[in-house]
Design a protein around this ligand. Structure first.
Ligand code: UP5
Ligand code: MG
Length: 192
């Protein structure tokens, strides 16, 4: 029932780079809907859905959940929303994720822009390990695996969007407000 395709922003960056934190600020200031792929998957675990056990094991290992599943969760949220601008946080994590999304989703298959929160590894590890919100993957062993997967699988996606001219790389060290002032400039200049 949408008249024109929604404005889609993919929000990428390593574990603990501040994606979720900055997305909340973008929601408040610019009226986006925030869809965290990780949150949607954790919701599947806690609602005891048929795939919950498999998702839990995958997240515990710091590995990537099958694309079809994640895409379906994201698509359901976009289609049931009245909003016309979305932040898709933590997705796509692999080239295969990206291609599956493009194949399955008809409306808004290509993101309008992609944000990349660029943060040094030691800072990301420090943030994740001091978070203390009971996430099963916030331990040193899983964080190492998440970083490994980020470097091997997600950086190629980031490079893909860079070559397409859609990437906004944001230095992600500093206070939350300092980082948000960088983010704000991007959305203000795009007038979204
Ligand atoms: N913090 C934030 N900003 C700060 C700042 N400027 N200075 C100091 N501290 C700051 O921030 C992390 C912590 O740092 C928080 O305590 C925050 O207060 C503090 P946050 O904003 O939560 O960072 P974020 O980048 O969102 O970190 P997160 O851990 O959520 O990133 P991940 O990408 O690792 O986690 P996600 O939830 O996206 O995915 C989890 C797992 O789900 C994946 O490992 C994978 O197994 C699975 N998954 C898939 O399989 N497929 C998907 O498509 C998505 C996820
Ligand atoms: Mg997050």
């Amino acid at each position: 029932h949408r008249e024109k395709p929604p404005f889609i922003t993919f929000v990428l960056g390593g574990p603990g780079s501040g994606k979720g934190t900055q997305c909340l600020k973008i929601v408040e200031t610019f009226g986006f809907s925030h869809l965290s792929a990780g949150d949607l998957l954790r919701k599947e675990i806690s609602s005891n859905s048929e795939n919950g056990a498999m998702i839990l094991e995958t997240i515990k290992e710091g590995n990537i959940v099958p694309s079809e599943l994640t895409v379906k969760l994201i698509q359901r949220e976009v289609e049931s929303s009245e909003n016309d601008k979305f932040l898709i946080d933590g997705f796509p994590r692999t080239e295969e994720n990206r291609r599956t999304y493009e194949r399955v989703v008809s409306v808004g298959a290509e993101p309008n822009i992609v944000l990349f929160f660029d943060c040094p590894e030691e800072e990301m590890v420090k943030r994740v390990l001091s978070r203390n919100q009971g996430r099963v993957d916030d331990n040193i062993d899983t964080v190492k695996k998440r970083l490994e997967n980020f470097n091997a699988l997600n950086l190629p996606v980031i490079n893909y969007y860079s070559e397409k001219g859609k990437l906004y790389k944001i230095p992600a060290v500093g206070t939350e407000d300092e980082i948000f002032s960088r983010v704000r400039k991007i959305f203000t200049s795009l007038e979204v």
